[in-house]
Design a protein around this ligand. Structure first.
Ligand SMILES: C[S@@+](CC[C@H](N)C(=O)[O-])C[C@H]1O[C@@H](n2cnc3c(N)ncnc32)[C@H](O)[C@@H]1O
Length: 507
């Protein structure tokens, strides 16, 4: 049976927007109504606390939670009360809900979404929890944790042309619309593109919506920003593992990410950035960076890749076997689990990396920078300002030789702190750490001279002048200290500990 997707009825959408706003069907409104426990449970796809709460405290807002978030049948009168200008009939006309005798049942999920300055609604397919059944192969995702990661890490610098590759319900494009003159969205799934068109219309946005495989629909074009939460899940082929369109494009191993790395430069304008997430396979005794260097080498692109997590094949299989709604203990779950383990064994994969890639086409040809970092701890949200500043810092460093780096009067960033650890009774510290409160929240262990240098970086003295004075104080050779300290100085600049201009405070 074909499942409906919402219809773009331009006369009804303003009423839907007005009613949803008035009833408080917003991120803040729902959090206030549901409270932290039910909200957190819903994020874990556990609907029970929210269901219990909406029964105990029935309100017009609660009726919409029951309808759209929990996938329950709701009386027509209650829907009319919650949406007084659109009413239940309007929801049916939009194919957002269908009649069920005296009530209505949602045809899709509808959830509010917001960033610091904008608010939207996102229609997508009903979740596994709301349907109580395994997902269909053409399931269209709502706003998930991977969507939020991409949205958080995307630099929000104003751009002319932006591309959302594998748009799904259009969540990334909603964000892009706020800072791009033109937004192109692509997907292979017609169902996803219908949801994307509806969500654009509901937001009052106008995107160039195109069907097609990966970069094919935009071949020959140039974008200032490409974002993608691609179908990167490594999926065993020729098995009964379902090929969900939302997570898998039919590729072998990590070919989808490799293809994106190798191909995205063709659609990046000079100065353009591609920001995407993905999984990559790591062979036993190999370093994940080797695989990335191999992919990047022919592209000529700058790359800053942050690996956030590594899983072993069993952890990966458990996560993705469950993702489609197959429960541990069922025969199908165990069969899928085995298929993933066999697939990884066949290629000698020992670990699977997950992370975020920011690729950049330099404005003018030069030797590209490649910075492959591992950061597993919590990071600031949103990360976009850190990515924008980090790419700018690395771009600047790529054009400066060591002498030029030493001749800048750097500023220490306002979120940098120094920690000194000494053995009990000792006057000199055993370990000096520089940490940052925002961004990637990195910590670097430094020597006394580097700590002293960072301590005087207030934009007055060049690094060279400061290090020569520090060498005299420490009674060490100045030329030797300059040579030894320059790589650390470069690292601290790339990581945002030191900036060429005074930096605003970061959260
Ligand atoms: C993980 S979802 C991301 C959805 C949305 N952009 C987000 O951030 O949540 C991946 C999307 O890629 C689409 N997709 C699958 N195969 C594709 C392909 N070969 N080319 C382009 N898009 C594809 C899926 O239909 C799905 O909408």
């Amino acid at each position: 049976m074909t499942r409906p997707t919402p219809r773009v009825e331009t006369t009804l959408l303003p009423r839907l927007r007005a009613d949803l706003t008035a009833v408080g069907f917003t991120v803040d409104g729902l959090e206030a109504y549901l409270g932290p426990t039910a909200t957190a449970a819903l994020r874990r796809e556990q609907p029970f606390p929210a269901e219990r709460l909406t029964r105990a405290h029935p309100t017009p807002l609660g009726a919409l939670v029951r309808l759209f978030t929990l996938g329950l049948e709701v009386d027509f009168d209650e829907v009319d009360a919650a949406l007084p200008t659109l009413r239940g009939d309007g929801l049916v006309a939009l194919d957002l809900a269908e009649r069920t005798g005296a009530g209505l049942r949602a045809c899709c999920d509808l959830q509010p979404h917001a960033d610091e300055t904008h608010a939207w609604w996102v229609a997508s397919d009903l979740t596994h929890a709301a349907m109580g059944a395994a997902l269909e192969p053409d399931h269209v995702l709502g706003v998930g944790s991977a969507s939020l990661t991409v949205a958080s890490w995307t630099p929000r610098t104003p751009v002319r042309a932006a591309l959302d590759l594998g748009t799904g319900s259009g969540i990334q494009a909603l964000h892009l619309d706020a800072h791009a003159d033109r937004v192109v969205v692509t997907d292979t799934s017609d169902r996803a593109l219908r949801f994307a068109r509806f969500n654009a219309a509901l937001a009052g946005s106008d995107w160039d919506v195109r069907a097609g495989d990966m970069l094919a629909p935009v071949a020959g074009e140039r974008f200032d920003l490409v974002v993608s939460n691609p179908p990167f899940v490594i999926t065993p082929r020729g098995t009964r593992v379902p090929d969900f369109e939302y997570r898998d494009a039919g590729a072998h191993g990590d070919d989808i990410v490799a293809g994106l790395v190798r191909g995205v430069g063709d659609v990046l304008a000079p100065g353009g950035v591609a920001l995407f997430i993905g999984n990559w396979e790591i062979a036993a005794d190999a370093d994940w960076r080797d695989r990335w260097r191999e992919w990047l080498e022919p592209t000529g692109l700058d790359a800053w890749v942050v690996q956030r997590d590594e899983q072993d094949p069993a952890q990966y299989a458990e996560m993705w076997a469950r993702d489609g709604g197959h429960q541990p203990g069922s025969w199908i779950h165990d069969e899928l689990y085995a298929a993933w383990l066999d697939d990884f064994d066949a290629r000698g994969v020992a670990r699977i990396g997950f992370g975020v890639a920011a690729l950049h086409r330099p404005l003018a040809p030069r030797e590209p920078f490649v910075d492959l970092q591992e950061v597993s701890g919590p990071v600031t949200r949103p990360m976009g300002p850190t990515i924008a500043a980090g790419l700018a810092a690395r771009d600047r460093l790529a054009g400066l030789d060591d002498d030029a780096v030493l001749d800048v009067a750097w500023h220490v960033a306002p979120d940098v702190i120094e920690q000194r650890h000494a053995r009990p009774g000792a006057t000199d510290p055993e370990v000096i750490l520089l940490g940052q409160g925002g961004g990637l929240r990195l910590t670097h262990r430094v020597d006394t001279a580097t700590a002293a240098l960072v301590g005087v970086c207030d934009g007055e003295l060049t690094a060279r002048a400061a290090l020569v004075a520090i060498a005299a104080l420490l009674d060490v050779d100045a030329a030797d200290l300059l040579t030894r300290t320059t790589p650390t100085l470069r690292r601290l600049v790339a990581d945002g500990f030191l900036t060429p201009e005074p930096a605003p405070a970061r959260g």
